[in-house]
Design a binder for this molecule. Structure first.
Ligand SMILES: [Zn+2]
Ligand SMILES: [Zn+2]
Length: 182
């Protein structure tokens, strides 16, 4: 399978029994197959996928924003974009056919890997990142639609999985309303 963005061959990585495909040395994007995601169900694995943020990324590799991208798994259907955020360097796509997710967590990886003056400052940077993702982007998805709500749930689970435990975000009002059990 190849990266839908930079076309490099995706490399398999394992985290907590989940097989995830990563664009190593390219854009650092991650592919989560729908069945792999089921392993995150009813299971508190927050932070256990932290190593997925350590994937090496090439400098200056840009994403495929505004370009139609083909699902790396199905190779026929176009990925559907749930949201993106330029300032946070993040984008989230899903294949309408196989249900897999393509996620580039962008700035989160940078914050986690960067040197900060204090851990408190780093923690604040992560909190601000999640405020944008949850309260501005996911909150704007059409959560009244059951399918979209299910997708949003998977997206929240993926972010909580890859975010290191010491930086786990406080529950936002959005989470309290829709994803109480996550
Ligand atoms: Zn890539
Ligand atoms: Zn697909």
């Amino acid at each position: 399978m190849n990266c839908p963005s930079c076309k490099l061959e995706l490399r398999e990585m394992s985290a907590e029994g989940l097989r995830v495909l990563a664009c190593k040395g390219g854009c650092g994007g991650l592919w989560f197959g729908r069945f792999e995601l089921l392993k995150l169900d009813n299971n508190d694995k927050h932070g256990n996928g932290e190593r997925l943020l350590q994937v090496s990324r090439a400098q200056g590799v840009r994403f495929f924003r505004d370009v139609e991208a083909i699902c790396p798994h199905c190779e026929t259907s176009l990925l559907l974009r749930h949201f993106f955020c330029r300032e946070r360097d993040v984008e989230v796509y899903q294949c309408p056919k196989c249900g897999g997710f393509w996620i580039d967590s962008g700035e989160l990886a940078d914050i986690v890997k960067s040197a900060f003056a204090t851990e408190e400052k780093q923690k604040q940077a992560v909190a601000s990142y999640f405020k944008t993702i949850f309260d501005q982007r996911i909150a704007k998805m059409n959560l009244a639609n059951e399918d979209i709500l299910r997708s949003a749930r998977s997206i929240v689970k993926i972010f909580l999985f890859i975010c290191p435990e010491k930086f786990q975000p406080l529950k936002t009002s959005l989470q309290q309303k829709y994803f109480q059990d996550l």
